[in-house]
Write a protein that binds this ligand. Sequence first.
Ligand code: SF4
Length: 78
Amino acid sequence: MADREDKNRENVTGKFYVDSQCIDCDLCRETAPNNFTRSDDEGYSYVYKQPENEEEKAMCREAMEGCPVEAIGDDGED
Ligand code: SF4
C-alpha cells in the first residue's frame, strides 16, 4: 500500500500520487499517460496532473490497481 508520507517529491498536489517504492516499470505511464510521467533524473514515476474527468480518473484507478509494487495511492493531499 502506498504511503502518502513517502511521496516522490515531484507529485502535484492532490488525490493520486506515487511513492518511493516505484520500480520504474512504465505501467502507469502507459495506462494513464495524461497523469503519470517519468522523472528521468530519478528513475521513477510521479503524478504530473491530477485527473480532470471521469475517463482520466478511471485510468488512474486502473494504473493504481495494476502497479506491481502498490506504489500508487489515491488518498493524497498537499
Ligand atoms: S506502475 Fe508502479 S512501479 Fe510501475 S512505474 Fe508506475 S508507480 Fe512505478
